[in-house]
Ligand binder design. Sequence first.
Ligand code: SF4
Ligand code: SF4
Length: 139
Amino acid sequence: MIKVDKSLCLGCMSCSNVCPSQNITRSESSEKRIIHWKRCKEECDLCVEFCPARALTLVPFDENVPEPDVSFDLVACRICGSRYATEPMLRRIEFVLPLNLQKDSTNLEWIRICPNCRRDIEAENVTKQIVMERGKKSR
Ligand code: SF4
Ligand code: SF4
């Protein structure tokens, strides 16, 4: 079965996404994400392998060990306010990504912006670029 080091877990849900037996469940409200590990009798090891934080270990099955869960507050997008990721996930990205890639060409800290707002900003930038280039050609 799986042992979880809650202090290392980022709340990224990779383990839940790869588990072939739905042993790792997650529930999400508009503000919170909860991940729950069932007492797993299989030993496929996929969740351990895919955990980016090395928070999971395979240990012998013990029905007396309580099933762990971890709860995270979700972080609000700096533009629209919708909650989209856990703070440990964002800190991890900030830690591994070189500083020069953490802001876009307009100095926007894109890690702290939700995927929907990032898409909108990117689409707006591309549109502006196309309009500018057409303007240059027509001169
Ligand atoms: S060991 Fe395999 S079956 Fe068990 S929780 Fe992890 S991914 Fe799921
Ligand atoms: S993959 Fe690791 S860090 Fe991500 S939710 Fe699972 S245990 Fe936590």
